[in-house]
Design a protein around this ligand. Structure first.
Ligand SMILES: [Zn+2]
Length: 245
């Protein structure tokens, strides 16, 4: 009698365990396969945005990224949804550095951002032309010039590195180094404070050059139809400090 009862009890326990395990797996599977919604990226949505909205979107995205709370994305769906056209809300000039991929650090998806990347986030005619395309033709609302901490291009420029075509690129950063007060010494890549100040001065310099070199963008900026901000990305925290003056 006892043996039969124990067997029955074990049987019930096993069935319960299997049921619970199956139920748990089923609910987990349902949660895991629910596709995240694909954000709306339409010409109307882009046109409704202000430069301030675009900046707020970048700030919020970076806050999510830095907190480890980037949104789940269904990238294949985003690819399909954007195949017919693009309406990015911002254009970013940023450094070549592999540690500063803008879509990731602003938690944006396919079709959200134009991005021109070049060592030291310097400017040339082709990049100015790209910015004109982004804003005048494609309707982007904000230009962000993004420098970053511990930048190899800035270090190369302050140390006077010469190498092939890189020499000319680094020359573009030297006026930024000259703007950092003489009191900041030594003026080499060994001095982290100097390197960071040059990187920030370089962001300001490029912002100024954009206004000077493009009458098209200057007119849009003066009309308030687009905005221009700078930013410094901190490689150690994942945070962007925006420069809005
Ligand atoms: Zn860099």
């Amino acid at each position: 009698m006892n043996i039969a009862f124990n067997r029955a009890l074990i049987g019930v326990a096993l069935i319960t365990a299997v049921f619970l395990a199956t139920g748990f797996q089923a609910s987990e599977k349902t949660a895991g396969t629910a596709p995240p919604p694909v954000p709306k990226r339409t010409q109307e949505a882009q046109a409704m945005m202000t430069p301030q909205d675009a900046l707020a979107k970048l700030r919020a995205g970076n806050a999510r990224f830095a907190a480890g709370q980037s949104r789940a994305r269904n990238l294949p769906s985003e690819v399909r949804a954007t195949a017919g056209g693009q309406y990015p809300f911002a254009v970013i000039v940023s450094c070549l550095d592999s540690r500063a991929p803008v879509e990731l650090l602003f938690d944006q998806g396919i079709g959200d951002l134009f991005n021109a990347r070049v060592a030291g986030n310097v400017l040339n005619d082709d990049i100015v032309g790209s910015l004109e395309f982004a804003c005048k033709v494609s309707g982007s609302k904000l230009i962000l010039v993004l420098g970053h901490s511990n930048c190899g291009a800035i270090k190369g420029a302050v140390d006077g590195v010469e190498l092939g075509k890189l020499t000319g690129l680094l020359d573009k950063i030297k006026p930024a180094a000259a703007q950092v007060p003489d009191s900041v010494q030594p003026r080499t890549s060994k001095n982290n404070e100097f390197v960071e100040k040059v990187a920030e001065a370089n962001v300001h310099l490029v912002m100024k050059q954009i206004r000077e070199q493009s009458p098209i963008l200057r007119e849009m900026l003066d009309a308030g139809s687009i905005g221009l901000v700078g930013g410094m990305y901190d490689l150690t925290t994942g945070e962007v400090h925006f420069i809005t003056n």
